[in-house]
Design a protein around this ligand. Sequence first.
Ligand code: GLN
Length: 285
Amino acid sequence: MSLTTATNAHTVQQAAAWAQGLGLARLDAQVLLLHALGRAPHDRAWVLAHGDDALDASVQAVFASHVLRRLNTEPVAYITGYKEFFGLTLQVDSRVLDPRADTETLVEWALSCLADVPSPEVLDLGTGSGAIALALKHTRPDAHVCGVDASGDALAVARANAERLGVVVAFHHGSWLSPLGTDTFDAIVSNPPYVASDDAHLAALTHEPLSALASGPDGLDDIRLIVQQAAQHLKPSGWLLLEHGFDQAHAVQTLLGNQGFVNVQSRPDLAGILRCTGGQWQTVK
Ligand code: GLN
């Protein structure tokens, strides 16, 4: 289906209405239209102010193909090729999870835990696009930040983002803490896979790497491994902070408590759902 044959969408306003009529969210329609026009994604006021402008046939064709990809559940970020995260523009594609705004909660929490630690050592497990690691290093230039991922493809995306943004993070290839030797950290943060492998929700996420989303029958397989392994890699009073599923806060609190973490607590995401849980490694008495 092409936009011109399907509709009379010759103007900006008609094209946006066409996309929304097919079921696209208004924001997605506006962002994809701006992308097809080569304009910045935050320029949504332009779409409103230029509703009567005619669209070139080539722009209409690009927009139509992007609308169809979005209707097929592909993340907008993969279509445009980038995502804003914690004030940074990250390049993303199907090699990495599409960074969510909710994950900024984890970054903010880590920054507050590290506020009084000079030149902190920080580790981001399952770094993907590098979103968390790069946001932390960008905000705390005095920090030493490492990022680990089991996916070489993901690390290529993370390294490219670091280079393009001029943010120095040491990236390592491997499973959770295995590449870290005897290194210890003031904070270990992670947005690991946490969706149950039979969760119906995964059907809407088929464009993203399954290895970044699913984690065993209850979604907690990777979180269990991280909680077990992190204790040996935290300095006294160091924090382990984990993002998790909407209904996993209690289970993650229990895992941390059983492992010997103290000050175990959870933080809400933008929707008010307890989305991150963390604890502090025992202070030396
Ligand atoms: N928050 C994502 C979702 O449910 C999952 C991210 C993850 O598994 N780390 O859509």
